[in-house]
Design a protein around this ligand. Structure first.
Ligand code: FPP
Length: 230
C-alpha cells in the first residue's frame, strides 16, 4: 500500500492525511476481493523498517490501526471476513497489539475471506526466525535436518497455513519488493500500478486480476507443457 505520503504532498497536506485516506482504499480492496471470491488477501501495513520514520508519523499510524480495527470488526463479521496478522506483533505498542488480538479473536470463525495484516513485518526477519526455530529443533533431536522440506519450512513461517500469493500488487509506481513475503512470492505474478494507494479503488483490483488472468504461469516449464496439461 505504497504512496500515501506522496499522495498527501500532492494535495498539500501532511503525510498522515495520506494514511487516513488510505483506509478507504483498504475498505475498497477488501470488499472487492471478498466479492470476487478471493480467499486470502495480505496487506503490508507496517514494515519493521517503518519504525525509522518520524515518531509522530509512527504514532499516528499505530493510532489509525487501532481505530480502524475497532471500527471495522462489525463490518468484517457482517461480511464473514476473518482477520489475521503476521509479523513481530509483540513489539507493537500494547494498545495496538491488544486491538489486533481482539479483532483476530472476534472474527476467528469467519470463513469467506481471510484478511492478513502484515504489521511490524519483514521477510528477512521471518526467514531468520524460521531458520533459528528449525536449527534449535534439529539441535534438540526433534527433527532430522535432512528431512527439512519446503513444506517444513512453510510451517515454520508466520504465514503457516496461508497459501502463497498468486498475485502481488504494489501501488505508487515503485518496482521493488521491499522485504515482503520473499519466500512465499517465489512464483507470484507481480503488478506495479502507477497510482498512489489512497487512489486505489475496486476497478484497480479488477484490472490487475484481468491482467493476471491473461498471463501464462509456467512454473519453470515450457509453454507447450502448460497448454498440453490443460
Ligand atoms: C506506505 O505509503 C504506507 C504505509 C507505510 C502505511 C499503510 C497504512 C494504511 C493505509 C493505514 C490503514 C491500514 C490498516 C490495515 C488499518 P508511504 O507512507 O510509504 O508513502 P510514500 O512512499 O509516498 O512516502
Amino acid at each position: 500500500m505504497d504512496g500515501n505520503g506522496r499522495w498527501a504532498k500532492k494535495h498539500g497536506q501532511p503525510r498522515v492525511f495520506g494514511h487516513r485516506n488510505g483506509v478507504q482504499s483498504v475498505r475498497e480492496a477488501t470488499e472487492a476481493a471478498a466479492e470476487l471470491g478471493v480467499e486470502y488477501m495480505t496487506l503490508y501495513a507496517f514494515s519493521t523498517e517503518n519504525w525509522g520514520r518520524p515518531k509522530a508519523e509512527v504514532n499516528a499510524l499505530m493510532t489509525l490501526l487501532v481505530q480502524t480495527i475497532r471500527k471495522e470488526i462489525a463490518t468484517m463479521n457482517k461480511n464473514n471476513i476473518r482477520l489475521k496478522a503476521i509479523g513481530d506483533l509483540e513489539q507493537l505498542p500494547s494498545k495496538s497489539h491488544k486491538a489486533l488480538l481482539e479483532g483476530i479473536e472476534n472474527t476467528k470463525n469467519n470463513t469467506r475471506m481471510t484478511l492478513v495484516l502484515a504489521l511490524n513485518y519483514s521477510a528477512k526477519w521471518e526467514i531468520l526466525k524460521a531458520v533459528k526455530t528449525l536449527a534449535q529443533e534439529a539441535k534438540d533431536g526433534k527433527i532430522d535436518p535432512k528431512g527439512i522440506s519446503e513444506a517444513t519450512f512453510d510451517d515454520a513461517l508466520s504465514t503457516k497455513g496461508i497459501p502463497h500469493p498468486e498475485l502481488l500488487i504494489r501501488t505508487s509506481g515503485e518496482q521493488r519488493i521491499s522485504n515482503f513475503l520473499l519466500w512465499q512470492i517465489a512464483y507470484a505474478e507481480l503488478a506495479f500500478l502507477p497510482i498512489y494507494w489512497p487512489d486505489f479503488r475496486k476497478q484497480h483490483l479488477y484490472q490487475a486480476i484481468i491482467d493476471y488472468q491473461n498471463r501464462e504461469r509456467r512454473f519453470g516449464k515450457t509453454s507447450d507443457q502448460i497448454s498440453d496439461s490443460e
